[in-house]
Design a protein around this ligand. Structure first.
Ligand SMILES: C[S@@+](CC[C@H](N)C(=O)[O-])C[C@H]1O[C@@H](n2cnc3c(N)ncnc32)[C@H](O)[C@@H]1O
Length: 309
């Protein structure tokens, strides 16, 4: 065992990391500078935290482990998709998972912080590949990560209608997308064809589901779908969320919480929610940590229009 008291670590002889980013001489110099600073000024220099998500810098490199991992995940996704009326093939999902992993590694966006992350991206990517929509409405672009995986998941002839009230942060633009700097509710063009809407804009899911129902949109993805129990985890929860709406009869309609020191309170009483369960099947993506090694950034849910509705 090797004890590194400065780093608070004890490492075993069974593995090692290459220190390609730093020569041993640089390492010794840094240690020496820190020693001087701590003795003379009682301060210590620390490497600033990278502005990247864990998924961007830590990943599986062994092809056979990855294929085992994705085979188990494909089986899980097939079962989940069946619950919302989508019949898919495990082999196809496995290919989609490999493709997603590849495009994720090639993603040109500097930081995925504030975006949907690996797990939610992977779930949406496979879902969109299974649905093959003609049109994807995306609300909430941020730097463009969700636009990126939507672009890679749809056929060339399909297109994207992207909305964000502030387009200034976009780093990657899709040639398949039309960009709009206003809320979707102000969009007046007709929307024809098999349509999927992806909402990651923290706007009330009730408004978004009602919009989709009125426009006869068959497939809806809703990110940040917190429940009354997990509402404190989101700094800007899209209340009432899909989870609150499908469980409307079982949950309190007045509730409060504290998020980052701010007290929140909600009144979701007197909503006509019956049309939701009557017309849509609902599924929340589970935690995919056991398959990917990453935590979900938030809960993503999907609603599909019931055939008989
Ligand atoms: C969580 S970020 C989106 C992350 C992005 N989907 C990704 O995965 O990288 C939320 C975005 O929603 C946008 N937003 C806020 N209100 C909105 C609205 N009414 N319509 C569309 N976008 C909105 C914000 O400007 C912000 O860019």
């Amino acid at each position: 065992m090797k004890f590194d008291r400065d780093r608070h670590t004890t490492t075993s002889e069974h593995y090692s990391f290459s220190t390609a980013d730093k020569t041993p001489l640089q390492g010794m110099l840094a240690k020496w500078i820190n020693w001087i600073l701590s003795k003379s000024l009682n301060i210590k220099l620390e490497r600033s935290k990278p502005n990247k998500r864990k998924e961007q810098v830590s990943f599986q490199t062994e092809t056979n482990i990855k294929s085992q991992q994705f085979s188990r995940l494909a089986e899980c996704l097939k079962g989940l998709f069946r619950q919302i009326g989508l019949n898919t093939c495990e082999n196809e999902i496995q290919k989609d998972l490999l493709l997603f992993d590849k495009i994720f590694r090639e993603c040109p966006i500097s930081s995925l912080n504030g975006g949907m992350g690996y797990n939610n991206g992977l779930f949406c990517f496979c879902l969109i590949r299974a649905i093959q929509p003609d049109i994807v409405i995306e609300s909430g672009i941020w730097r463009g990560y969700s636009t990126y995986f939507i672009d890679k998941s749809i056929p060339d002839k399909s297109h994207i209608l992207s909305f964000d009230i502030n387009l200034s942060l976009i780093e990657w633009k899709s040639p398949k997308a039309n960009y709009h700097d206003y809320d979707l509710s102000d969009y007046t063009e007709p929307i024809n064809g098999k349509t999927l809407a992806l909402f990651d804009d923290h706007v009330s899911h009730f408004n978004r589901i009602k919009y989709c129902f009125d426009k006869n949109i068959e497939f809806i993805i809703l990110d940040d779908d917190v429940s009354v129990e997990t509402v404190h985890s989101d700094g800007c929860p899209p209340i009432p969320t899909a989870n609150m709406l499908v469980n409307y009869e079982q949950i309190p309609h007045h509730f409060s919480w504290v998020s980052n020191g701010r007290k929140g309170q909600a009144d979701i009483s007197n909503l006509d929610t019956k049309f939701i369960n009557r017309n849509y099947s609902y599924l929340s993506a589970p935690d995919f940590f056991e398959y990917t090694g990453y935590q979900n950034t938030s809960t993503t849910s999907v609603m599909t229009k019931k055939r008989c509705a």
